[in-house]
Design a protein around this ligand. Structure first.
Ligand SMILES: Nc1ncnc2c1ncn2[C@@H]1O[C@H](COP(=O)(O)OP(=O)(O)OP(=O)(O)O)[C@@H](O)[C@H]1O
Ligand SMILES: [Mg+2]
Length: 363
């Protein structure tokens, strides 16, 4: 098959940070290739509605469906933008693979919920949509997350640890013997963003500049790190269900200057990753970082300090654009679905076996 005949997929990712929608146009034959990318920011009213939906509230079914409809409009906009970027008509695309927006993740109770109204997205774009990638893995007893390690395996090398720092941080460990481990480590940007919004009125701490001005508070850091959630063994996954304003309110943060709290949260985010690497990735060669957190210099420096002699670098430094890797991975999961191939790794999610992930909404 020539490159031009290979099916094109659009991967859509809107993660726990609620910063917006990443769209990637990709093909996977003869090898994975990203042809175009686009980002559509999340409107503030939708962000607030989704934040509220992460916790139980009255009449949440109705609110959830309305938010899903608004998300479908945003996803359709991202699809239009990425096609415009590529200079291609809709007719060239085989399908959209849409992660959706997680509003609850409770594999312990047998469910995970990503919303986005795939039917409406199919209607708005005229394209088939594959969505709900996580539920089948959860139904098979897995965590439903992370799903990207299988894709990382094809892109990186044995001995690499790939850390995605989105809202939550997750790690793929490509072991020297070819096996793969993957799990969520803890908070990614979610606590940093929240504290920054609360004290500076900004959605994130650009470059980690604010955190860099503070002093890490060792007793606070140790107290946070000794929470049971940081002692869990894989398979494990987390989300806003665990790391949210309520979690922060458990700690005596008012005793410290806000800037020192930001520095401490930055250290916590890094240390949760370092701890997991040290526990589960023997003889790791490199730590490759992707996701928005790779742009936080304070966090990257803390990771490098924690990893000592093991180099910590952005995936971009080895030729893989880290801002787009998650959307690229979901396009790949869509491609797996289209071929009737499994998308999960039971060694990662803890599922009883490999499963074909997703459900299909025809154009
Ligand atoms: N220049 C920057 N400096 C510091 N932090 C940044 C910068 N740019 C982005 N970020 C952080 O990255 C976050 C967005 O990251 P990303 O899009 O990878 O996460 P996500 O959408 O939650 O995805 P997922 O959780 O699925 O991996 C922002 O909320 C912000 O915290
Ligand atoms: Mg994002």
């Amino acid at each position: 098959m020539s490159d031009t005949d290979a099916p094109l997929l659009i991967g859509l990712m809107s993660g726990t940070s609620l910063d917006g929608v990443d769209a990637v146009l990709a093909r996977f034959e003869p090898q994975p290739a990203m042809l175009a990318s686009a980002f559509v920011p999340m409107p503030e009213d939708l962000k607030q509605a989704l934040l509220v939906l992460n916790q139980a509230q009255p009449d949440e079914l109705h609110a959830c469906q309305l938010a899903a409809n608004q998300l479908a409009q945003l996803y359709a906009q991202a699809v239009r933008q990425v096609l415009h970027q590529a200079g291609l008509p809709v007719s060239q695309v085989r399908a959209i693979a849409n992660h959706g927006q997680t509003i609850r993740h409770r594999p312990d109770r047998g469910y995970t919920v990503q919303i986005g109204n795939h039917a409406l997205l199919a209607e708005l774009t005229g394209l088939p949509v594959i969505g709900d990638f996580r539920s089948r893995d959860v139904a098979a007893g897995g965590q439903g997350a992370p799903l990207v390690p299988a894709f990382h395996k094809g892109l990186f090398q044995p001995g690499d640890g790939v850390v995605n720092i989105g809202g939550i941080s997750n790690l793929s460990w490509l072991a020297h013997d070819g096996s793969v481990l993957g799990f969520d480590c803890g908070p990614g940007n979610v606590l940093l963003d929240h504290w920054c919004q609360r004290h500076l009125g900004q959605p994130f701490d650009a470059g980690g500049a604010w955190a860099a001005q503070g002093q890490v508070q060792p007793a606070l850091l140790q107290a946070m790190l000794s929470s049971p959630i940081f002692q869990l063994a894989p398979p494990k996954s987390t989300g806003r269900d665990d790391f949210n304003p309520d979690w922060l309110s458990r700690w005596p943060l008012a005793d410290h200057a806000p800037v020192d709290v930001q520095a401490t949260l930055c250290a916590l985010t890094a240390q949760a990753i370092v701890q997991d690497v040290q526990r589960h990735c023997p003889n790791i060669k490199r730590v490759l970082v992707c996701g928005g957190g790779a742009r936080n210099a304070c966090l990257m420096a803390a990771l490098q300090r924690g990893m000592g002699a093991v180099p910590v670098m952005r995936t971009d430094q080895v030729g893989v654009p880290g801002d787009w890797l998650e959307a690229f991975a979901f396009a790949w999961l869509g491609w797996r679905y289209l071929q009737d191939l499994p998308g999960n790794l039971p060694s990662v999610t803890g599922a009883r076996g490999e499963r074909i992930l997703g459900c299909y909404y025809p154009a």
